[in-house]
Design a protein around this ligand. Structure first.
Ligand code: PLP
Length: 391
């Protein structure tokens, strides 16, 4: 059997589901209604951003939310709303998207990059504990790949040391930790609606929080320093315009009605893939203990065999099953270090950067019938990997 990268027939020729999925009727109707109303901005009296915000807060089991232009700005607004800024250290995991750290820089604080758990690749509570200093003000657990970080342990540490907890839930719409929804577990939680995320309006984000005073400050940060109900040109605080539009909210609000079915579809792919992969030198990176609903933004696979990963990625793409290399560790990024980021040793994140590959959400959306393609393509590429030298 010849690898597709060497001219053989690919394992899969069918296209993967489109992402974003086509608009459904409810989305089309609401977007049209907003467009026709002329109320496109969130300050013109339209109600869709407000309804979306309320729905997210309700889903997260908290009282408040603020919709924002993207999750990077949401993390910034949450940190600033919690009073975190210059002189403060914020602990972030090494295996995450760069925005988890750059949002901390945007707030004027110092990211402290610490290692992840070697098994589940989420922020390690032990690493958090080891990196605490007198300047530590907050910890920013990331619900990586759609599964929640170890929030009980992180919450214990935070309350013992007086730290704020900002959940980066950019990848975890609908995920649950010990039956509790993410976003409502810390002092604030932040979701993303960027193009690659489980709900998207092209761009967008949303902050949820429990505390009324925190909400007031986050709202003000996102609304040019105004107070809710205060004067239009009254700016008692410093803030910015970080708002989401009504048009974006009109794409997102009806999406909530199908999110659960989409999560189920992705989980069904993953369950089937786990069975199909049995016997191959590839393991599924487990969700952290306490995960009761994995929203499956990504399926992360660990290669348990010595293989040239760049070759594997190119060969898998040629087989019609494209995989992703995943994150380089944040602690190795010069741009972050130049801005004062402190990086602890992160052997687990470095190991993940070498041996972990991702199956993206778009592939997971194909459901169980596509799982054999993943396994067949991996088996084929791994079996013929000697030929990697020839390629
Ligand atoms: C996507 C993402 C972000 C940033 O979200 P944007 O909406 O693109 O700003 C932050 N953290 C994580 C973990 C992400 O995956």
């Amino acid at each position: 059997m010849t690898l597709a990268i060497h001219g053989g027939a690919p394992v899969r020729t069918a296209p993967w589901p489109a992402w974003p999925p086509p608009l459904d009727d409810a989305q089309r109707a609401l977007v049209t209604e907003v467009l026709d109303s002329g109320l496109w901005g969130a300050t013109q009296g339209g109600s869709v951003v407000a309804r979306l915000t309320e729905a997210f807060a309700r889903e997260a089991g908290v009282a408040y939310g603020v919709a924002v232009g993207n999750a990077t700005l949401g993390l910034f607004a949450a940190l600033r709303g919690l009073g975190i800024g210059r002189g403060d250290e914020v602990i972030v995991p090494a295996y995450t998207f760069v925005a988890s750290a750059t949002a901390v820089l945007l707030a004027g604080a110092t990211p402290v990059v610490v290692d992840v758990d070697p098994a589940d690749l989420h922020l390690s509570p032990a690493a958090v504990r080891a990196s605490l200093t007198a300047a530590t003000a907050a910890v920013l657990p990331v619900h990586l790949a759609g599964s929640p970080a170890a929030m009980d342990e992180i919450g214990d540490l935070a309350s013992r040391h007086g730290l704020a907890v900002v959940e980066d839930a950019a990848q975890a719409h609908g995920a649950r930790y010990r039956e509790r929804p993410v976003g409502g577990l810390g002092d604030a939680g932040v979701f993303s609606f960027q193009s690659s995320k489980a709900m998207t309006a092209g761009e967008g984000g949303l902050v949820v929080c429990r505390d009324e005073a925190v909400h007031g400050r986050v709202w003000s940060v996102c609304n040019v320093g105004r107070r809710q109900g205060g004067q239009w040109y009254g700016h008692p605080d410093v803030g910015w315009n970080l708002r989401l539009t009504e048009i974006q909210a009109a794409i997102l609000l009806p999406w909530l009605d199908r999110l659960d079915a989409e999560i189920d579809q992705r989980n069904a792919f993953c369950a089937a893939a786990r069975r199909e992969l049995a016997g191959l030198p590839v393991s599924v990176v487990p969700a952290p203990p306490g995960t009761t609903r994995d929203s499956r933004h990504l399926l992360m696979l660990r290669l348990e065999t010595d293989v040239d990963r760049d070759f594997l990625l190119r060969a898998m793409a040629a087989e019609g099953v494209p995989l992703d290399a995943g994150y380089p560790p944040l602690g190795g990024m010069d741009a972050l270090l130049k801005e004062g980021t402190r990086a602890e040793p992160c052997p687990a994140a470095e190991e993940a950067a070498r041996s972990v590959v991702w199956v993206r959400q778009q592939l997971l959306m194909a459901g169980p019938p596509a799982a054999p393609h993943l396994a067949e393509a991996l088996a084929k590429v791994l079996e013929h990997r000697e030929s990697s030298n020839a390629s």
